[in-house]
Write a protein that binds this ligand. Structure first.
Ligand code: ZN
Length: 498
């Protein structure tokens, strides 16, 4: 992926972790001030209120959720393609398999284009990028309206005619590995998403080690293609089209293009979406990896009910923010440890709305005994918060109401124009508009993807639940008995280098 401000390679720094995006999807830049794009002051703004979000929602017969958001005055169109597949679904022994597939879908040959051609054409016309996250992958395009047809065709071809062969794997695998190195170098740690790629090998597949810096090149092309076909399905796809569009016209065109998109039904060894039995994990486990850093997950098996998961998500966002600000988190039994900025704790907790557990993630001390004490201290603080009714219900309900209001407020025209104007001084206006529209499309797609076709009603319904409902879920879930700890430790001895 090209290293733009929006680049896949730089995404750990720009969009933060998937937790940051989860927050951004619901709260806009206000909730995620570290987000580079969010810093443009765009979109859903809590001070701006409208009667409705202005997002047209259409569910096609094949299950694709289509979101159309016209923006008066826009001259470009942003298209956000969100698939419900990410690191949490990686195959056994193929850590980052989902990430490699993302690269291949951008760079591979399709019926109409040689490798890399469609991507580079769209990137020249506007912006093109993609990012793999915990339980989703998003593909971003911003193009002039006259190239919308080409963009939609490229998305369809990714699905229908992408060919995976050894050559394209040999080209893209090292790029996926290199991103881990670059992020680790820039952030002082591998960040949440790559840590999750390692932990998933234990959670889903029961493996005790994971390789993030080598190995993808050995993935057999046929297996990779079958895995892609099994995981990229219309009913798991959300498509947001935002900007200079006429809603009726774009609905007709999108339905023509995507209405007949079908899932590939071919035999596959294992169901990539089989739920992970988090409760069956040992109370504590260590996964060794080839990254020269230590990290820790404290996780709790999520309930099955999706409203309960959403409730825990909201609680988790608040709890992890509190935890990040608590000076006690540095106390690991006499020796202070401070998680690296951006390496988990500062970004809020990702959510179990989809296939994820409730968890906090942090970089960790190198010493194994300290790791254990540090993980236990994180868990104890979280469990103490869960046992405190004030924290369990009050602020979580107001958070649900706040996110509902932010989504309902919809596109903020004044903020849009201000955002474009603020970037004008730094570069050309067209690029400024592309970044703001791209960010809006991403936030819209993420919110609807996470919460379903009526996110405002869903959040308000959650906020209307009585405090006892919230308290019971949180107290029942976040307990010492449910606590699972996964430690990621370097394969080589400390100080031995990469
Ligand atoms: Zn990448």
């Amino acid at each position: 992926m090209r290293r733009t401000m929006w680049s896949c390679a730089a995404s750990g720094l720009v969009l933060g972790t998937m937790a940051g995006v989860a927050a951004a999807a619901w709260g806009g830049n206000r909730a995620n001030p570290r987000s580079g794009i969010g810093a443009l002051q765009p979109v859903a703004n809590i001070e701006h209120r409208a009667d409705e979000s202005g997002v047209h929602v259409v569910t096609l017969d094949n299950g694709i959720m289509l979101l159309i958001q016209p923006v008066p005055g826009a001259t470009m169109v942003a298209i956000e393609e969100v698939h419900r597949v990410g690191f949490i679904h990686d195959p056994a022994g193929v850590a980052q398999g989902s990430h490699l597939i993302e690269h291949l879908r951008c760079m591979g040959a399709t019926a109409s284009h040689a490798p890399g051609v469609a991507y580079s054409r769209l990137n020249t016309a506007g912006l093109a990028n993609a990012e793999t996250m915990g339980d989703l992958t998003h593909y971003d395009l911003v193009v002039p309206p006259e190239q919308l047809g080409e963009a939609l065709a490229a998305i369809l071809e990714r699905h229908e005619s992408l060919g995976i062969d050894d050559a394209i794997i040999a080209q893209e695998a090292p790029r996926c590995h290199a991103e881990v190195v670059n992020v680790t170098r820039a952030m002082g740690g591998p960040g949440l998403k790559f840590a999750m790629a390692a932990a998933v090998q234990a959670w889903r597949h029961g493996l005790g080690e994971a390789s993030l810096l080598t190995g993808l090149e050995a993935w057999d092309a046929g297996s990779a293609e079958r895995w892609m076909h099994a995981t990229h399905r219309p009913e798991r796809l959300t498509l947001a089209i935002v900007g200079a569009v006429d809603p009726d016209e774009i609905e007709r065109r999108a339905e023509e293009r995507f209405g007949t998109m079908a899932a590939f039904d071919e035999p596959h060894d294992a169901d990539p979406f089989a739920p992970i039995d988090y409760a069956a994990l040992p109370p504590e486990q260590t996964v060794t990896w080839d990254v020269d850093a230590a990290a820790v997950f404290v996780l709790y098996p999520p309930p099955e009910d999706s409203d309960e998961r959403a409730a825990l998500t909201l609680w988790g966002l608040q709890a992890s923010r509190d935890l990040a600000q608590d000076p006690r988190r540095r106390d690991t039994g006499g020796q202070a440890f401070r998680p690296r900025p951006g390496d988990g704790l500062m970004n809020g907790t990702p959510y179990p709305v989809g296939d994820l557990p409730l968890f906090v993630f942090s970089s960790a001390p190198r010493d194994p005994d300290q790791q254990r004490r540090y993980a236990a201290s994180l868990a104890e603080q979280l469990e103490a918060m869960a046992a405190d009714p004030r924290r369990s219900a009050g602020w979580v309900r107001s958070t649900a109401r706040m996110y509902a209001g932010a989504i309902e407020a919809g596109f903020d025209q004044v903020a849009f124009e201000r955002g474009v104007a603020s970037l004008r001084s730094q570069g050309d206006e067209r690029r400024a508009e592309m970044l703001v529209l791209g960010n809006t499309a991403l936030q819209t797609a993420m919110a609807w993807h996470a919460l379903g076709p009526d996110p405002v009603a869903r959040l308000n319904a959650l906020a209307d639940r009585p405090p006892e409902w919230w308290e019971e879920i949180i107290r029942r879930t976040v307990t010492p008995a449910n606590r699972r700890i996964t430690i990621l430790a370097p394969r080589a001895p400390a100080g031995a280098g990469e």
